[in-house]
Design a protein around this ligand. Sequence first.
Ligand code: PEP
Ligand code: MG
Length: 325
Amino acid sequence: KKEQLQLLAEVEAVTRDGERLTLAANISSFKELETSLKHGAQGVGLFRTEFLYMDRSEFPSEEEQFEVYRRIAERTNGQSVVIRTLDIGGDKQLDYLSLPEEDNPFLGYRAIRISLDRHDLFLTQLRAILRASAFGDVKIMYPMISSVDEVRQAKELLRRAMIQLDERGEAYNPDIPVGIMIEVPAAAAIADLLAEEVDFFSIGTNDLVQYVLAVDRMNEQIAHMYHPYHPAVLRMLRMTANAARERGIEVSVCGEMAGDERAIPIWLELGVGKLSMSPQSLLRVKHRILNTTASEAREAGRECFKLGRSGEIERLLSEYVTPVV
Ligand code: PEP
Ligand code: MG
């Protein structure tokens, strides 16, 4: 079975009736990039840079970051690489950045909130990413965005980083695409406004589900309440996808849901054409897409939006995804 799946690495992800999807990889290291390329990933849809900052005693320098980003950009041979800026805080801590103890770390000082507060750290990372953009199709993405103001501040700092590089005579792509994660309910609710500000959205379902349902994604005791197929989550997905379509910007999904075959009818119905997932999920999801008829799947997807309970939606989708023999 594994060998058979491996044969699909070079095959395009196209449904039986000819609809093409892009399958990219979520990675946090160079090693994972190699695995994803072996599994036929079409670029990197999410590079979690926090792992560059973890398990060490000080912040990585611009040079150090640049080397990693450049290597990844070069290795993906012209396919796009979405580099997400530091998403620390919440469950991820740094020994050398003493963050205050918080009662609610997931609602606290994390991700873009830290970056917009610590310009020194943010500008260093932005310069490193910009410099890598001279070596491949690099895109930049901000995590945990919840307002238009945050996007504007981040864009202003990106301009500042560009000026700093100009002063040093360093090369970069001045038109580097800028996108945001949609993973806070507020962002989904104002997706139409945010779509005016950026080049692409990537839906982070891991956090989005946690915040929409107020269910801690790490808490075992309430794990049974963590429902990616809750109607409230689907509505958030729809709002986001509609806003992207109306504004003509790309929308992809990079949470765990992207690697769940059951969700394919939802993506087809919403017009989400790009899925980014862990390298281990790529071939399995592709196999499912190759065995899917988009027109039928879309109908199942549409039905999901009429159902009021997670269980019903999951059942419908599971029945739709009959095991492929
Ligand atoms: C997400 O929240 O869905 C996501 C992809 O980001 P992370 O899992 O790194 O929080
Ligand atoms: Mg997240």
